[in-house]
Structures are given as structure tokens and as C-alpha cells.
Design a protein around this ligand. Structure first.
Ligand SMILES: Nc1nc2c(c(=O)[nH]1)N[C@H]1C(S)=C(S)[C@@H](COP(=O)(O)O)O[C@H]1N2
Ligand SMILES: [Mo]
Length: 213
């Protein structure tokens, strides 16, 4: 899958359709490349659960059946990978993080989250970036159950940040009182990853620039 991405993805540049704007340094692709740091976990519905833990008043854990009974919404979003492809108008159905956070009720101290995935991948996010309709747990892509290579049975989608923040095979969101780096962030990627500010690497982060003498 990596090969098809590198062989075809970059060459299939097209002008952005009207109404869509590419973040700086990005190309549009019609494909849906697969980028995974390790093998694709295969999680059977009977073994799947998802929860909210850490600094919450009411820790939550849903099995597959329970999770699928939560209210779902449709989302059409543009996604931007740090490897420079952007894909416009991706269509999803899933559960808003607002619904999930309302159930768990983060404590006053909670300011950040660590997303934990089946397979061990992690990524960190500020709590405010998951609120007000900005993020969801995707269950369907283009009307079909989310394919395993794209994070099925369920993945986090945070479209306004680079796509490495959209944790595939999501297992747990841990509420924390401070920011801490996840898998790619420990390897030198931005703690926040705003594509519009081109925050690809740690050096691009505003807070670090502000701290410089
Ligand atoms: N669990 C997990 N989530 C992950 C990754 C991963 O390796 N493992 N890769 C991230 C990266 S770098 C990107 S660009 C997107 C890719 O999602 P896709 O394969 O559906 O395009 O998933 C993100 N979420
Ligand atoms: Mo990525």
C-alpha cells in the first residue's frame, strides 16, 4: 500500500475544485492512501471496546453493540496528511466526540488527551480540539464499514489537524492534565499539527518558537 502511494499518489496532482483550498505545501489526491506505522490489527466486534479514562468524572466503556447504539452523525471533511497529500470531501458516519465527552464529563483539570490504539499507536491532542463538532469516531466511510487498513472497525477523525492525529483502531482516549507526546510526536513531529500553519515538525510549533531566547 505504501508503494502504490509513493508511485501514484504524488503524481496524481489535480487543481483544487472550487471551494476547496489546499493548506500550504499540500497536493490534492483522489486516492485514499494507507499510512500505518505497523501491521493492521484485526479486531473482531466481540473483542472490541472503546472507552474514556483518566481525568473524567464518569469513566466510560462501550462494547461494539453499545457504541453502535449511540447517536450518529454524517460528516463531510477534507483531510490533510503530513506527507503532503490532501483529500477533499471525504464522507463519514460516526459518533461525535461531544456525545462521548458529555457522557464521561472531563474534570476541571483535564486539558489534553492521549489516544491509545489497538496495536500500540498513540497520539496526543488538546481537549478543546475534540469539542464543538470538530472530531468524531468514524464507523462508516463512504457508506461502508470502515476498512481495517483505514482504521476499522472504528477510528478517531480530527480533520482540522494533520491526519496522523486521526488515530486508527482507536481503543481508548485518556484525559490528562498536561500535554505529552505520542508515537510520531516523540519522533520529532509537531505536538499540535495545524496544517494551515504548516506545523509538521516540533520546530514548527509556536510555543517552542516563543520560548526561544
Ligand atoms: N493506530 C494508528 N493510527 C494512525 C496511524 C498508525 O500508524 N496507526 N497512522 C497515522 C497517519 S501518519 C496517517 S497519515 C493516517 C493515515 O490514515 P489512512 O491510512 O486511513 O489514510 O492515520 C494515522 N493514524
Ligand atoms: Mo501521516
Amino acid at each position: 500500500m505504501q508503494n502504490s502511494f509513493f508511485n501514484r499518489g504524488f503524481q496524481r496532482k489535480r487543481p483544487a475544485p472550487t471551494g476547496h483550498v489546499l493548506p500550504p505545501g499540500q497536493y490534492e489526491t483522489q486516492d485514499f492512501p494507507v499510512l500505518s506505522a505497523g501491521p493492521t490489527p484485526r479486531i473482531k466486534p466481540a473483542q472490541w471496546s472503546f472507552g474514556l479514562t483518566g481525568l473524567v468524572q464518569t469513566p466510560q466503556q462501550w462494547n461494539w453493540q453499545q457504541f453502535n447504539h449511540l447517536p450518529q452523525q454524517d460528516f463531510t471533511v477534507d483531510i490533510h496528511c503530513v506527507t503532503q497529500w490532501s483529500k477533499f470531501g471525504t464522507v463519514w458516519r460516526g459518533v461525535s466526540l461531544d456525545t462521548l465527552l458529555d457522557a464521561a464529563q472531563p474534570t476541571a483539570e483535564a486539558s489534553h488527551l492521549m489516544a491509545h490504539c489497538y496495536g500500540g499507536y498513540t497520539t496526543n491532542l488538546p481537549l478543546t480540539d475534540l469539542r464543538d463538532g470538530k472530531a468524531f469516531i468514524g464507523l462508516l466511510y463512504d457508506g461502508q464499514p470502515l476498512a481495517p487498513e483505514h482504521g476499522g472497525p472504528a477510528r478517531l477523525v480530527v480533520p482540522h489537524l494533520y491526519f496522523w492525529k486521526s488515530a486508527k483502531w482507536i481503543q481508548r482516549l485518556e484525559l490528562l492534565s498536561e500535554d505529552a507526546p505520542g508515537f510520531w510526536e516523540r519522533a520529532g513531529y509537531s505536538m499540535y499539527g495545524d496544517p494551515w500553519k504548516e506545523q509538521r515538525y516540533r520546530d514548527d510549533d509556536e510555543d517552542l518558537a516563543a520560548q526561544a531566547p
